[in-house]
Write a protein that binds this ligand. Structure first.
Ligand code: HEC
Length: 150
């Protein structure tokens, strides 16, 4: 009899535990730290887009605007290591766990992108065009290694 009661209690606990899980109608919970690192990446993309459009003649080349975009890009890439340092996850992250499996290697990838952005020349259009591809390939190199799905 007593064993029966214990089994019942265990079943009740198990049921409570299972029911406390994610319900289908629950709103999707995003992790703040994941959102922050994705926002940093979006900022890098926005800055790069300005430079890319100038380079492709879809936007008028403007030295001040190009310089501002370079500064924004550098800021995002400088923030990158801090944003990724902790292995936060949520259902929508595309970050691969390999980032934290070999953190120094990830840091090198981040540093390579920052160096490429430093090398961006914004004085004139030909200089911008010459220096932009290195930045783009540094973004892609990291994504192909550390981000799921392309
Ligand atoms: C050192 C690695 C690294 C570098 C360098 C890097 N990224 Fe990322 N990026 C990531 C990872 C990892 C993610 C996935 C983050 C997540 O989903 O949690 C990501 C996500 C993104 C996203 C999607 C953000 C979102 O809203 O989900 C964009 C856009 C992006 N990166 C743009 C760039 C651009 C532009 C550059 C180059 C200037 C760049 N990234 C350089 C690692 C990197």
């Amino acid at each position: 009899m007593r064993r029966h009661l214990v089994e019942l209690a265990i079943c009740a606990l198990l049921a409570a535990w299972l029911l406390s899980g994610v319900r289908a109608d629950e709103p999707v919970v995003r992790d703040e730290a994941v959102l922050a690192r994705q926002a940093t990446m979006k900022s890098a993309k926005a800055a790069l887009a300005v430079l890319g459009e100038m380079s492709a003649l879809r936007r008028h080349f403007d030295r001040a605007a190009a310089r501002a975009a370079r500064a924004r890009l550098l800021e995002a890439l400088s923030d990158l290591p801090d944003r990724f340092e902790q292995p936060y996850f949520d259902r929508h992250t595309r970050a691969r766990p390999e980032i934290w499996g070999n953190w120094p290697a990830f840091l090198r990838s981040a540093e390579a992108a920052r160096q490429a952005a430093r090398g961006l020349r914004t004085n004139n259009l030909p200089a911008l065009r010459r220096s932009l591809p290195a930045v783009m390939s540094a973004c892609l190199a990291c994504h192909s290694r550390y981000r799921t799905g392309q």
